[in-house]
Design a protein around this ligand. Structure first.
Ligand SMILES: C[S@@+](CC[C@H](N)C(=O)[O-])C[C@H]1O[C@@H](n2cnc3c(N)ncnc32)[C@H](O)[C@@H]1O
Length: 195
């Protein structure tokens, strides 16, 4: 089963269980920083974060490999008249050149790990813009059986990766096995310089 098919099945099951997907708890907690502009939600799933950000006056671009998830977000956005542009794309095949002219006030990646996105994301965020990432990490306390280490950050990895950004929030939750960062770009990062 390919990744798109696998995620379409998961999202179809999930849609039967939920009323409206909820935003990430830490993102919600950081609301005071979220003052609108342009936002990019990568691997957005059913759009809990995208819908929340659109309600906070962001023009959101929401991307996911699953057309089931993207159709769902589109429906919700239309129903509630929210500014969300959706796109079905495989992030592993992102065409970098198309992205070079885009920039965002906020990029969100929640529970999707592809390290090759880090330099791209750095170059997509405006100076003064924010980045929120949360996903699993290799917690010494929680083994998170069933999730391969390939999909987990190393301890302190996000802190090291974004050490030249202004960190407003960082948490490694050993029991839940998650790592969260919310940081601000203080200088322009040129992707071309990094490859
Ligand atoms: C664990 S879910 C997280 C969804 C959402 N960000 C959240 O926090 O609720 C991972 C998401 O990544 C998407 N995904 C997996 N592989 C992908 C890929 N190669 N390109 C784009 N999206 C992908 C899946 O469809 C799924 O929606």
């Amino acid at each position: 089963m390919n990744s798109k098919h696998k995620w379409n099945t998961k999202h179809t099951d999930r849609m039967k269980e939920i009323e409206e997907p909820k935003p990430n708890t830490r993102l919600l907690y950081l609301s005071e920083y979220l003052s609108g502009g342009t936002a990019l939600d990568l691997a957005c799933g059913l759009g809990g974060n995208s819908l929340f950000l659109a309600r906070k006056n962001y023009q959101v671009q929401a991307i996911d490999i699953s057309d089931v998830a993207i159709n769902y977000i589109q429906e919700q956005a239309e129903k509630s008249n929210l500014n969300i542009q959706t796109q079905v794309s495989d992030l592993t095949e992102l065409n970098l050149l198309n992205w070079e002219k885009r920039s965002f006030d906020l990029v969100v990646i929640s529970y999707y790990l592809d390290r090759s996105l880090f330099p791209i994301v750095k170059s997509l965020i405006k100076v003064g813009g924010y980045l929120f990432i949360e996903t699993f990490y290799q917690s010494p306390q929680t083994k998170l059986e069933g999730i391969s280490d390939q999909y987990k950050l190393r301890p302190k990895e996000l802190l090291t990766e974004f050490n030249d950004w202004t960190i407003h929030y960082y948490e490694e939750n050993e029991l839940e096995g998650r790592q969260t960062i919310f940081c601000r770009a203080c200088h322009h990062s040129n992707f071309v310089d990094r490859i």
